[in-house]
Design a binder for this molecule. Sequence first.
Ligand SMILES: *Cc1c(COP(=O)(O)O)cnc(C)c1O
Length: 469
Amino acid sequence: MVEKEMNEKQKLLSGLPSVDEILKSKNGIDWLKVYPRRFVLQAIRETIDSRRKEIIGDISSNLSEELIIADIENTIEKLSSYSLNPLINATGIVIHTNFGRSVLSKRALENIKRVSGSYSNLEYDFVEGKRGKRYNHVKRILREITNAEDALVVNNNAAAVMLCLNTLSKGKEVIVSRGELVEIGGSFRMPEIMAASGAILREVGTTNKTHFFDYENAINENTSLILKVHKSNFRVAGFTEDVSIEDLVDLGSRHQVPVMFDLGSGCLIDLKPYGVYNEPVVKDIVKSKVEITTFSGDKLLGGPQCGVIVGKKEYMERIQKNPITRAIRIDKLTLAGFEATLQEYIDEEKAIRNIPTLRMLLQKPGELKNRAYRIAKRLKAKLKNAQIVVVSDSSRAGGGALPEVDLPTYAVSIKTDEISVNDIEERLRKGVPPIIARIKEDSLIIDVRTVRQEDLEGLVKGVSLALSI
Ligand SMILES: *Cc1c(COP(=O)(O)O)cnc(C)c1O
């Protein structure tokens, strides 16, 4: 009996194709034309190996050649696929740090391609025929948009803050309100950045209230900077007080202490006409005569990841000379994308129309409603058994921007008796392309604010697939 089983297994094992046979088959030859040899070999070996283990372990498996070939092909595709991939953001959170923050404008993408598919004058001065500075490419336009004396762009805003602190305050005190010692997503914590820069943190005031005299009393001969930090991702409500940037600038100038404002978001245009009241505009902050302002390129500004420092020339020159600047310098892809994004701001209406982050944030409710109904209609046509309705809801800006602003939105709400909402959410998340949606009570919520025109086909297909049993 045992012997008979052994013979049976032996027969199955010797029936398996060899690596070489598969490599030389039509499929093998075709794969080698498209995929790296290393992945083809690995996939064939892994697939045959797992079949062999199944036979030995008495696990019944389908040993048809067709299925083996299909398995190998799947494995090759997995091995050669990218790790970083696009997804469909149906959360309604526009500046989602986990989803890459801002989606770049067409113009930014085109410029990245134009510049980096060729040699460029990244650090070359045509006029003089000698070495130029990479930082100069966006200096003029940043000065024009913000009215600042000088500007410098580095890898991100965390690096910008660190560079400024290291240049102006290494071994010296920096006065910061306790209410502004923020932590921003992705482990940016003000006290830790300060420590890493070599500056000495001098906390003043309390969590909810910091007064002018708190700052004034803290100034001493070792004070190098007064730092104000925008509470990007939270609000203290109720019994609160903080000191305006104008008052801090006034205090600083009386004691010859420079003032720096870490704005976080980098809002370049006044959003009040669009109902957003609490976001300081870079130009207005510069007007207060603050010495240095820092902000991100990929939050409200809507460009690629980078950090911008604008300010008074004497400080900017010292900052640019710091050797750390070289270690956190901006690369040419980012520079090309950022210059193109900034060009849109020459005309504010164009910026709102062409920069996806601004366009998504400032969409009119009517527009959102129409899109939600269009998506719902297409889904209903495909999914007869699901309950699909358009609901009004609210979305968030995200990315540490506009924390107190709830943006009224429209969403497609989906529910079915056959599959639980958690299962639907998981299926969507694991689909190709992945679709990330919210769950509210027992329904799946597709917030259309962040669903782009280009996503519609994939969204309808993905949801239909996820809801078919
Ligand atoms: C987001 C933020 C930062 C960090 O900026 P990154 O561009 O993410 O490095 C620093 N300070 C404030 C106030 C922020 O909101």
